[in-house]
Design a protein around this ligand. Structure first.
Ligand SMILES: NC(=O)c1ccc[n+]([C@@H]2O[C@H](COP(=O)([O-])OP(=O)(O)OC[C@H]3O[C@@H](n4cnc5c(N)ncnc54)[C@H](O)[C@@H]3O)[C@@H](O)[C@H]2O)c1
Length: 248
């Protein structure tokens, strides 16, 4: 029970990585707010005795309301995992659309900033708290044909590091995880909308030096480590979960 009685918000928790982390945190004793724009979050919350909050991370008022409702319900906020994200459309920079740029940046980057801004205000007053942002290996090394995705994830890493320095004085830790490819609806969408879906699937299956593909369990375990006291003095870190992909 590494998170006994901790109050945790996980955005994008209706699916994929967020869902796996919400389940893991709840299994370790946390009261989890399953925050998502999708109503599927209700089922996830019900299964883990959590609390669903409808949030659109592109809307700062919605994110502020999510944090406020959490504190009203549970009296504090110990953990926020800013995880909601999309892959967007694939095209080289000159062929990519401005609409796609803004769609991806609004969710992947603005959404993380809003979550940090409002959660950190509460944590600063408490003088405690942990922030975990979901970045990506695409924020550490460039991936072609997804300009706003790569840029947003690199941005999330720097938001993470800057805030880690800013809030260290309050005992607040801020970290990011950088998973390689994990099979989720986001990745299925990426594969299906790529030029050659079969080739993309094969490439992903053999992407990392470690054999096999990153599992949701591996990501959730790394997330648990970074939000629990096991990582007590670790802050400002962007942790790859990538079977040595970024070591190349
Ligand atoms: N799957 C991977 O291979 C991989 C690798 C590295 C990083 N990531 C990152 O992990 C995070 C989760 O991705 P996933 O693969 O689990 O995807 P997913 O599609 O399974 O889940 C994403 C969730 O975010 C929610 N969401 C989307 N827009 C939202 C909004 N505006 N407000 C609130 N919620 C919103 C969706 O409803 C969904 O439940 C993303 O930030 C993604 O970039 C994924």
């Amino acid at each position: 029970m590494k998170l006994k009685d901790r109050v945790a918000i996980v955005t994008g928790a209706a699916s994929g990585i967020g869902k796996a982390c919400a389940e893991k945190f709840a299994a370790e004793g946390a009261k989890v707010v399953v925050a998502d724009v999708s109503e599927k979050g209700k089922e996830v919350a019900a299964a883990i005795n959590g609390h669903y909050i409808h949030v659109d991370v592109t809307n700062h008022e919605s994110v502020a309301a999510m944090v406020e409702e959490t504190v009203r319900q549970f009296g504090k906020l110990d953990i926020i995992m800013n995880n909601a994200g999309i892959d967007g459309l694939q095209a080289p920079t000159d062929e990519s659309t401005i609409e796609n740029w803004h769609n991806v940046m609004k969710i992947n980057m603005d959404g993380v900033y809003y979550g940090m801004k409002y959660a950190l205000a509460v944590m600063k007053a408490q003088k405690s708290g942990v922030v975990l942002n979901t970045a990506s290996i695409a924020g550490m090394v460039a991936f072609p044909n997804i300009p706003p995705y790569s840029a947003s994830k690199a941005g999330v890493i720097h938001l993470t590091k800057a805030a880690a320095i800013e809030y260290a004085q309050y005992g607040i830790r801020v970290n990011a995880i950088c998973p390689s490819v994990v099979m989720t609806p986001l990745v299925e969408h990426f594969i299906e909308t790529s030029e050659d879906p079969e080739a993309t699937r094969k490439r992903f299956e053999n992407l990392n030096p470690l054999p096999g593909i990153v599992t949701l369990e591996a990501v959730a375990n790394a997330a648990l480590f970074l939000v629990s006291d096991d990582s007590a003095f670790i802050s400002g870190v962007a942790l790859p979960i990538d079977g040595a992909y970024t070591a190349q």
